[in-house]
Design a protein around this ligand. Sequence first.
Ligand SMILES: *[C@@H]1O[C@H](CO)[C@@H](O)[C@H](O)[C@H]1NC(C)=O
Ligand SMILES: *[C@@H]1O[C@H](CO)[C@@H](O)[C@H](O)[C@H]1NC(C)=O
Ligand SMILES: *[C@@H]1O[C@H](CO)[C@@H](O)[C@H](O)[C@H]1NC(C)=O
Length: 377
Amino acid sequence: MKALKFLMFSAITLALVSLIIASDSNSENNVFEPISISGSQDVLSKAEMIPLKLDAFGAESVVFDPNGEGPYTGVADGRIIKWLQHNQTWVDFAVTSSQRENCTRASAPEMEHVCGRPLGLRFDHQTGDLYIADAYLGLQVVGPNGGLATPLVQHFEDQPLLFTNDLDIDDHDHVIYFTDSSTIYQRRQFVNATASGDKTGRLMKYDKSTKQVTILLQGLSFANGVALSKDRTFVLVSETSACRITRYWLKGPNVGTHDTFAQLPGFPDNVRMNSRGEFWVALHAKASPLARLITSNSWLGKALLRKFNFQQMHNLLVGGKPHATAIKLSEDGGILEVLEDVEGKKLRFISEVHEEENGKLWIGSVLMSSLGVYQLL
Ligand SMILES: *[C@@H]1O[C@H](CO)[C@@H](O)[C@H](O)[C@H]1NC(C)=O
Ligand SMILES: *[C@@H]1O[C@H](CO)[C@@H](O)[C@H](O)[C@H]1NC(C)=O
Ligand SMILES: *[C@@H]1O[C@H](CO)[C@@H](O)[C@H](O)[C@H]1NC(C)=O
């Protein structure tokens, strides 16, 4: 068995090395290229781009407050910034860490555990408080005037949360659903988590009145975006490295059980419901056949992690050409619409798609220094 694995590994490594070497030649349709999705519309390159300014980078989540102001977004240096529509400018709004004297670079992954890295954002529409999933500093909350946020959950059963990722709020039941992507890897090692087949992600629940935290689902493959359904009968969680959205039933005959809501052609990040109860899923990237091979064979992924650096591993997983893919799912998980920027002309590695009632899609990306705004037709 070991010898066979070694032989296979050697062969695959050789093939990969030649693929990486050949990747800047423009050969089409090899296993390394992003797949094409039939019926998708290549329209996102028409998005208007809003530069983040304030030396900010990596707007992950996009959220409006109960007065419709914003959006607000969390960026790589730990700040949450707010877009002032009237002034067409950004201002600082909140932070999740008080130790910010060295948080001066737009993107410095090695500083994230000190500076904070706000990912998922949601407003409580009754109180106007902003809830924050900070990758390193846990679940936090800040009042309507911003400033320094207050930690709510940073540990579970005496273990620190390593990678808090996203949340959604049930205003009626006063609970918050949130994800911890991994109990092994932190955000800056997201490529390791994906390639190693890590299945330690969790969907958790925080009860606002009792402050109790409970685990709803564990053993998830990179638990990421969280979204409640319109009737609050289920909550969705994206499992990034498994290319799927899992549904956990909160009410009804299947309460407490879970099933697969949607299988996707790539790696899902955040999921956001629109006013009609449909869900927009942002794909970090489509999964090439090679990426599927790596993520479904953990021994291969682990071996490759020993040979290739972060950037090379990211390239292997996302395909050579950056692109953007947004998928709209029905309340039942059927694919309704796929919007893309196939060539990555404007948008790449998108992390969230937020639909405003006026049909504007606000699109965040962890690897860009602007937000995209696309007007649905
Ligand atoms: C935004 O515009 C308003 C009204 O024009 C002005 O009073 C305010 O100072 C501006 N704020 C910023 C941050 O530019
Ligand atoms: C900032 O960096 C300086 C110099 O390396 C160090 O002495 C200081 O402790 C750092 N501050 C924080 C809050 O990490
Ligand atoms: C993560 O992957 C990189 C290579 O991409 C490797 O150098 C590093 O040791 C890995 N870290 C862990 C904790 O496995």
